[in-house]
Design a protein around this ligand. Structure first.
Ligand SMILES: O=C(O)CCC(=O)C(=O)O
Ligand SMILES: [Fe+2]
Length: 329
């Protein structure tokens, strides 16, 4: 029996029973699912060597002892779940500028609206986009939104601390000049995406919550619930990254890859959704200062702003992100 409760909270496109989700051939779901144990990095006793190895060989690691109270993590998950369980129409009315509510794609315009893509790939997700710098401007009368805002503010402060500590250690490992590396991680660019991946009722057993991609960020930090579904591409195989309570998953993004002159990998990843269970994740992304030039031997000098414009153009015209390849020397 399919889990049908609260159907009205899902965007209409996700409500049809027995709909066939278009799955492009290159994203077919017939591969086996094997779990992988990604390297662990301990933020309290940070080993520069372990961190360097994880960034170089994996582009992803599990962060433990990160200093975020487990009560904050569970409160945030709980309140985000409550917010998503409101009716679709209430969410559209309630979640307004500077936040935004979107579904079907994680690619957004600068104003936070879903970006029109040339491809017909449906990402089985709905989300909340939250630019951290603008969070204090949100003065909602709604008690739930107010509570979510306060929790996100506290969570955002922890994530800024974590990203800065990790980036400074990576910069040390890469022997970057401190003056040049400082603007490569600009805390004020940080934003949070809260995603709900609805259960799907299509003919297939599974669907893509998010199709394969690399993140455009310097670093991304994922806080997933216990449902699972995050996969990485390593050694020519897709591998499952199982959830472990109170740990975070850190991805190296494209900007860090360029900053490290391709010394670090930006890992390809995707999210698989299940038929019965919805999944929730809270993700943080941080970038270089918009106009700071990223210089390396592998790429033409470029700013994050130029990179982002290229990604948006490719998504609307070609249908997918080409990314760093566009800037290769
Ligand atoms: O929900 C997740 O676990 C991952 C989300 C993600 O990869 C992204 O937003 O780029
Ligand atoms: Fe991602």
């Amino acid at each position: 029996m399919l889990e049908m409760s609260n159907l009205g909270s899902y965007p209409p496109v996700f409500r049809q029973l027995n709909s066939v989700v278009p799955q492009p051939k290159s994203y077919s779901m017939d591969d086996t699912q094997v779990s992988v144990s990604v390297p662990t990095v301990d933020l309290q006793c940070l080993s520069l060597h372990k961190l360097d190895e994880a960034c170089e060989n994996w582009g992803i690691f599990r962060l433990v002892n990160h200093g975020i109270p487990s009560t904050l993590l569970s409160k945030l998950q709980h309140h985000a779940k409550m917010l998503f369980s409101l009716s679709f129409e209430s969410k559209q009315a309630l979640i307004t500028n500077p936040m935004s509510y979107f579904w079907g794609t994680p690619a957004l315009t600068l104003s936070g609206a879903a970006l029109k893509s040339a491809s017909s790939n449906m990402n089985w997700l709905e989300g909340l986009n939250v630019p951290l710098r603008q969070l204090p401007q949100i003065q909602s009368e709604d008690p739930l939104l107010h509570c979510v805002r306060l929790l996100l503010e506290e969570y955002g402060r922890h994530l800024s601390r974590i990203a800065t500590t990790l980036f400074q250690s990576m910069a040390k490992n890469l022997h970057l000049d401190p003056e040049q590396s400082e603007p490569m991680l600009e805390e004020s660019t940080g934003f949070i995406r809260v995603y709900r991946y609805p259960p799907h009722h299509s003919m297939a057993d599974e669907a893509w919550g998010m199709i394969p991609h690399t993140d455009s960020s310097v670093l991304s930090v994922v806080n997933q619930d216990q449902v699972g579904g995050l996969e990485i591409f390593k050694d020519n195989k897709w591998l499952l990254v199982d959830p472990i309570p109170n740990t975070l998953i850190v991805h190296i993004g494209d900007m860090m890859r360029a900053i490290s002159d391709d010394g670090y990998t930006s890992v390809r990843h995707r999210v698989r959704v299940k038929k019965q269970e919805e999944r929730l994740s809270i993700c943080y992304f941080v970038f270089p200062a918009e106009d700071s030039v990223i210089r390396s031997s592998k790429y033409k000098p470029f700013t994050y702003k130029e990179f982002q414009q290229e990604v948006q153009k490719d998504t609307s015209t070609v249908g997918y992100k080409v990314g760093l390849q566009r800037f290769k020397v």
